[in-house]
Design a protein around this ligand. Structure first.
Ligand SMILES: O=P(O)(O)O[C@H]1O[C@H](CO)[C@@H](O)[C@H]1O
Length: 333
């Protein structure tokens, strides 16, 4: 335990279940992956149960809400992130958790942080897994299934995104009312491979992926926090990255109906809805997308991080109140 009361696990004595840090099996066994003859396609239910059991043994709470901290909400190691603000924290680095891939983005924190936010037990993913890191989508989204097995009922997925909608300004928040699964258009989906009905159905609907009641409440909360002029509802789309988009690509995305663009979230939400988690997601607009050839500025990751830090205090209040609402509205059922 550190002086601020945070428990951090170093994983002594923990086996990584046959996976190297690149997620490949090390001992020739199946190691928790359902495999067909050519590809690893998913983690088995049992492997994820083992991951959840490991965590249950070391954490003193049952998380109700899972929060994915995107680049705008403290995915990086710096002071004052949302995960830092939890009460009675227990921090578990990804590298000690059986079956977890390591986070490879430079400076990206890689830890599950358990604790209380607004007196509600939560788990924060401090740093997420992206497709551009070289992980398949099912691996990127695996922590969502682990959250489900831990007892989480609600997923709050946050991201940093470029604003395509000309009404959006840097620092604004867009509640995601829908997404366009562009990688799915190309046949890439986190639910590909064998389906285990214990998680969810083979063909899950995705027409109401984002919870309308939670979105309405989040808008009210934003208004109460004085964010009335900075809150929007729109459509998020995810490309694989890691390069930022060309002008022609951004113009095409606009025509398709996207309001923001990023490199995450969609596969996490699909996985969450598959296992029946209630989902709220929002984008922090960290840059305006450049849709003309005259502009000299270029999208860059430093700007994304700076805007995230600039907005972290208000975003934490926003998330704290949403979590409080989730717990009180559930209690009233
Ligand atoms: O979606 P999050 O993780 O918030 O991060 C966004 O910011 C990074 C680009 O700057 C990309 O990883 C993009 O997806």
């Amino acid at each position: 335990m550190t002086s601020n009361g945070t428990h951090t696990f170093n994983g002594n004595g923990v086996t990584k279940n046959g996976f190297h840090h690149n997620g490949k099996a090390t001992n020739g066994e199946k190691n928790g992956c359902n495999e067909n003859s050519t590809n690893e396609m998913s983690y088995s239910y049992e492997a994820l149960q083992e991951t959840a059991d490991y965590l249950k043994n070391i954490i003193p709470l049952v998380p109700k809400v899972g929060i994915i901290c995107g680049s705008g909400l403290g995915a990086y190691w710096h002071e004052g992130t949302l995960a830092d603000a939890l009460d009675q924290k227990t921090e578990v680095p990804y590298e000690v958790i059986p079956n977890f891939p390591p986070s490879t983005v430079k400076g990206h924190a890689g830890a599950l942080v358990f604790g209380y936010l607004s007196d509600v037990p939560v788990v924060c993913m401090k740093g997420r897994f992206h497709y551009y890191e070289g992980y398949p989508l099912w691996k990127c989204a695996m922590p969502v299934r682990v959250m489900k097995l831990l007892g989480v009922t609600h997923l709050l997925a946050t991201n940093a995104a470029g604003g395509l909608n000309p009404n959006y300004k840097v620092g604004d928040i867009m509640l995601v009312k829908d997404h366009i699964n562009l990688m799915g258009f190309a046949g890439n989906n986190p639910l590909q491979g064998p389906n285990d009905e214990r998680f969810g159905p083979r063909f899950p609907p995705m027409s109401q992926a984002y919870d309308r009641k939670l979105m309405n409440q989040a808008k009210k909360i934003a208004n109460d926090l004085g964010l009335g002029g900075n809150i929007h509802e729109g459509v998020y789309t995810c490309l694989g990255g890691p390069n930022f988009e060309t002008v022609a690509e951004l113009r095409a995305l606009k025509v398709l109906g996207a309001d923001t663009v990023g490199m995450s979230t969609v596969h996490e939400v699909i996985t969450a809805r598959h296992c029946d988690l209630t989902v709220l997601a929002f984008s922090l607009i960290t840059n305006e997308c450049i849709v003309d050839y005259e502009t000299q500025e270029m999208a860059n990751h430093e700007e994304v991080l700076d805007v995230g830090k600039m907005r972290q205090v208000i975003l934490q209040k926003f998330v704290g109140k949403i979590v409080d609402y989730i717990s009180t509205s559930e209690n009233q059922k």
